[in-house]
Design a protein around this ligand. Sequence first.
Ligand SMILES: *Cc1c(COP(=O)(O)O)cnc(C)c1O
Length: 359
Amino acid sequence: MSERVYNFAAGPSTLPLGVLKQAQEEFLDFAGTGMSVCEISHRDKAYDAVVKEAEALTRELLNVPDDYAVIFVQGGASTQFAAVPLNLMHGGKADYIVTGNFAKKAWQEGQIYGEAVKIGDSSDKVYTYIPDVDKLNYSEGADYVHITSNNTIFGSRYDKFPECKAPLVADMSSEIFSREVDISKFGVIYAGAQKNLAPAGVTIVIAKRSLIQDPLKYCPTMLKWKVQDENGSLYNTPPAFSIYMANLVLRDLKAKGGVKAMNEIDVYKAGLLYDFIDNSSLFTNNVEKRYRSIMNVPFVTPSAELDAKFIAEAKKAGLVSLKGHRLVGGMRASIYNAMPVEGVTSLIDFMKKFELENK
Ligand SMILES: *Cc1c(COP(=O)(O)O)cnc(C)c1O
């Protein structure tokens, strides 16, 4: 096998090596069935156990209250941009805080179904900050307030969540399981798995049951969270392999001490990288410090040519997928839970060397 690289991709992204090896080991014979997990019926007991365990581990690791549904659905986080209004927008109005590209897409999708009010927007400074959530004009009678808790492309995140009357809905795709959150403060949390949890194909939704009993009448059955909840995420054929992988990652997270322990490592890793960047004469990160993401770290050199050179040389050194999103250019290091500390220190060592050579 060729040597594995350090993969800084924003998503799909790196997964824990131990998990990949376990999946490889049991790929041909899952749980003594003589079949792979991709071949087995989703109605088989052996598979049912996987979904149940993934739900139970999610509940345990995130301390999810009993009156919340935890479901695994398809279509990526982008499908949830529609599912949110389709399940919750009874009064025809909801608030959106637009702090990045995905937040904007969620807001635009919301407009299809009702009045989606943009109550906050940080595009004036290229999404390098989060608007002060205490000073926003929350709409009277809004069905919910939608936020994107971590902005994957721009590398910012909420340091504090809105305290609003309407249920808070958060897209946590790029940071779920990286910091402790009080689930009871949220109406709904959703996250595409391919950033910090599993391969692409599954999205996790955590929703307060009392809020999801009455989806809009034209809500497609597949997007009704209530239906998915009542069927234990097995209303139809689930993305079996992705849920199986999510379960292995959750087991691994539990063995490593859970979200609190992981958060300490994540904060440490991000701190190393930001410290280096802030003291560098070549690299910069423009996100306001208190809002800096511990998952996605964008940075630039003074020129696009040098950025391109950096990305190409880093790749040769086994540090891959460092190109920034096409909307912003430059570089971005996504340092999710599965990125080992050595991956981050290798990147910093490489940046130091590059800085000396390109002064
Ligand atoms: C990646 C991402 C999305 C889009 O996810 P898909 O699964 O590709 O639909 C949405 N929101 C955030 C915050 C993301 O990081």
